[in-house]
Write a protein that binds this ligand. Structure first.
Ligand SMILES: Cc1ncc(COP(=O)(O)O)c(C=O)c1O
Length: 433
């Protein structure tokens, strides 16, 4: 099992001391459930590792992995920054009273509305992704912002992290960021502007990365760029943001595959210190932006089993009351998950396929898994769904999206209510008679 889970005397699964059977009964299904203590301890582990290894750093949580107002409060309490990638994420954070001066604003195609909102309201670091955006910023900054806009420039370091192609972002062929050869003039333009302030550089090479080398390679490329830039133009970048991307296990089998956050922080810190020492470059403030590795293991999804269909000699399909609408990752990336029958964890097992309720044959959550005779009415718990599930959920087939519960000191607290059918029609404009 992953995270803080156990089996109680009734043979029920407990998440952080909460019986999933009573959770399903009281809160309904499907339901995203987060162990708040585990989520916080994942953040604190990053913090501790940096304190031990690097003199000045900022940790920014990547909101795209999972964001809601209650999580914003936790990020604020843990004193992290927040990485947002859209006007919507920015709006959520600011309505949850997250300090805008600790927001990093990303995006490869920031719309007029998004740029102007952020310029007006304020931002910690604005990540310029491309030339078109820079020119718009040069035009708009003085009209919309009453401060010098603090900038990072996103570069593509040309590093292949060997992860799924849909979550690879740092290779030369990427829609994100400036090519190294093209960044120089853009950065110079920003340095010369009275309305902008260049603080540093950013890269993000991809997600669910299972080895350290690509991160070290990316740090090396970025630092070399900084050193070359200083040599040519005499300008010193004070900050370096290496993005997120550390992978995490989704199944027990994968437990030993991924480096710990501690090892990852230690290695990148050492790399940066070593290179800066050799090249006599002032140590930049280091930022990282983990998302998945903060929230994934802390989250699970609870479903109710509905129909069960056996095709003799071929397969047994176990259908749950959710599916690709609350977890599109198996369909998108062929992602693998593990699950338990929450009301009968131990028992004689049989091979089944766990599927959703959408009108797509591809709506398969787990292609093959051994579970103790799943039957209608059982509670099925899929582990490690904390990242890129809630945030990627859809209303396909007009299925309402599940609510979110945080377990705090053994007690469940609803932090996002489930959608209802009215939520699905409330934006429709009634046709005139
Ligand atoms: C710019 C940026 N930072 C951080 C992240 C978070 O990555 P992860 O969830 O893999 O840590 C992403 C994810 O795509 C990203 O695009």
């Amino acid at each position: 099992m992953l995270g803080n889970k156990s089996i109680n005397k009734d043979n029920h699964l407990e998440i952080a001391g909460c019986d999933v059977v009573s959770l399903a009964q009281t809160m309904g299904t499907p339901l995203y459930v987060y162990d708040e203590a585990l989520l916080r301890s994942n953040m604190q582990e990053y913090e501790k590792s940096f304190r031990e290894n690097y003199p000045h750093f900022s940790l920014a949580y990547a909101g795209k992995a999972f964001l809601c107002s209650a999580l914003c409060s936790i990020i604020k309490e843990e004193d992290w920054w927040l990485d947002v990638v859209s006007g919507g994420e920015y709006y959520l954070a600011s309505t949850a009273n997250f300090p805008v001066e600790k927001i990093i604003f990303h995006g490869n195609n920031k719309t007029n509305e998004e740029r102007r909102l952020v310029l007006r309201e304020g931002v910690g670091r604005w990540v310029v992704d491309n030339e078109v955006e820079l020119n718009l910023l040069l035009e708009e900054a003085s009209s919309y912002a009453s401060y010098k806009v603090p900038l990072f420039f996103r570069l593509t370091p040309g590093v292949d992290p060997h992860t799924h192609q849909y979550i690879t972002t740092g290779k030369i062929d990427s829609k994100f960021g400036f090519l190294l050869g093209e960044a120089e003039n853009a950065i110079l333009k920003a340095i010369q502007s009275e309305d902008l302030e260049v603080w540093g550089l950013h890269c993000h090479i991809g997600s669910q990365i299972d080895h350290i080398e690509p991160f070290l390679k990316a740090a090396e490329v970025m630092l070399q760029f900084m050193v070359d830039f200083r040599k040519k133009h005499g300008f010193v970048f004070r900050e370096l943001d290496l993005g997120g991307g550390l992978g995490v296990p989704y199944t027990d089998e994968e437990k030993s595959r991924f480096p710990s956050s501690h090892f990852y922080v230690k290695e990148i810190s050492e790399k940066v210190k070593e290179m800066c020492g050799e090249l006599s470059y002032p140590l930049p403030r280091l930022y990282i932006e983990p998302g998945r590795s903060v929230v994934n293991t802390a989250g699970s999804t609870i479903y109710r089993v509905g129909s069960v269909k056996e095709i003799p000699g071929i397969k047994k399909y176990v259908a749950v009351d959710g599916g690709m609408t609350d977890n599109p990752r198996p369909v998108l990336y062929g992602a693998k998950y593990q699950a338990h029958i929450g009301n009968r964890v131990a028992g004689e097992r049989e091979k089944v396929s766990v599927v959703g309720k959408c009108c797509e044959s591809g709506d398969v959550l787990i292609e093959e898994i051994e579970l103790p005779s799943p039957s209608p009415g059982d509670v099925l718990v899929v582990e490690a769904t904390g990242a890129y599930n809630y945030s990627m959920a859809s209303n396909y087939n007009l299925i309402p999206r599940p609510g979110v519960v945080f377990i705090r000191e053994g007690e469940p607290e609803l932090v996002v209510r489930p959608e209802n059918w009215y939520d699905l029609v409330r934006r429709d404009i009634t046709p005139l008679e």
